[in-house]
Design a protein around this ligand. Structure first.
Ligand SMILES: [Zn+2]
Ligand SMILES: [Zn+2]
Length: 306
């Protein structure tokens, strides 16, 4: 009964969303920018794809998470002018944790751009277990690879290969554009959950991943340009069944707590994503945050650019 009630609440929340034009700023290839590819949660809200974003730097794209819909949202962003998100450029992704809502798009990210002639393998950075996941996916789709590589279809030789890199805290990646540092966050029962900090020539961007309020986010941001953080509505949370209240309280971050955390972290821009809104509106969640954080805060939607 409670499940039915919760589902109807979720559906009601989904039906409140309406189509809208992307917000934020215009895409500028001269700058480091954040392109929100999926701002949703496990709830199958058609307006909000599964968690994924891209840090776009000088024509290169660095993805964080691969929720369902990631490849199609990247294609939509490309059509909206973000050339860096063309299929062959989807070459590197940093996975925050192995929850399915953050990884269901991984086979899509491994195989679809290959069919569209990506030459380079996909580099997949993520927590312990990511190598087993990519290995299993490679085996699951072995027949597809066999058919496409032996059936006369034009193909590249290694575009379907996923190179897994299992990470721990610290610098996990560096090139001429960016240094990426992983840090541990507290996502309830998830043993290995990470956030990432991207430092480029013009911006420092911190992505929380899924987490309850965690001091590491404050330390890593410390006046950063952009903090992308998950959130849930405290007001709507109070209406949930007790077992769901307990779960969300240990695994996720309420709007009011995020406001307090942001006041300590001091980001120039706070982007709310992975919003568990239930019966609340985005404006109400932003209001919860603003009661404790005087800085700039926005509630992200898919394809917003910041
Ligand atoms: Zn999640
Ligand atoms: Zn999660």
């Amino acid at each position: 009964m409670r499940r039915v009630l919760l589902l109807s609440v979720l559906i009601a929340a989904c039906s409140r969303t309406v189509a809208r034009a992307p917000a934020g700023v215009a895409y500028d290839p001269a700058l480091t920018q954040v392109v929100m590819l999926g701002t949703g949660t496990p709830n199958p809200d058609p307006a909000h794809s599964g968690p994924a974003l891209a840090i776009v730097i000088h024509g290169a794209a660095y993805l964080v998470d691969a929720g369902p819909g990631v490849v199609r949202r990247a294609a939509a962003a490309e059509r909206a002018g973000v050339a860096a998100l063309a299929q062959p450029n989807l070459r590197i992704v940093f996975i925050t944790h192995l929850h399915s809502d953050h990884t269901l798009g991984l086979p899509d990210l491994i195989f679809s751009p290959w069919v569209l002639q990506r030459r380079a393998p996909l580099d997949v950075y993520g927590p312990p277990g990511i190598a087993a996941m990519t290995d299993h996916l490679e085996r699951a789709y072995a027949e597809d690879v066999r058919i496409r590589t032996t059936g006369g279809q034009p193909h590249t030789d290694s575009g379907y290969v996923a190179r897994a890199h299992e990470i721990d805290s610290g610098v996990v990646y560096r090139d001429s554009n960016v240094t990426v540092t992983a840090f541990r966050v507290d996502h309830g029962g998830v043993r290995d959950a990470f956030g990432y900090r991207f430092v480029t020539r013009d911006r420092t961007i911190v992505v929380s991943g899924d987490t309850r309020p965690t001091d590491a986010v404050v330390t890593q941001c410390h006046g950063c340009d952009v903090l992308v953080h998950e959130v849930y509505s405290l007001q709507a949370w109070r209406t949930l069944p007790p077992e769901w209240q307990r779960y969300h309280a240990i695994a996720h971050t309420a709007g009011a707590d995020l406001g307090r955390l942001a006041a300590r972290a001091g980001p120039k821009l706070l982007i709310l994503t992975h919003g568990l809104a239930w019966t609340a509106t985005p404006e109400e969640i932003v209001g919860e945050v603003r009661r404790h954080f005087a800085g700039r805060v926005v509630y992200a939607n898919d394809l917003d650019v910041y």
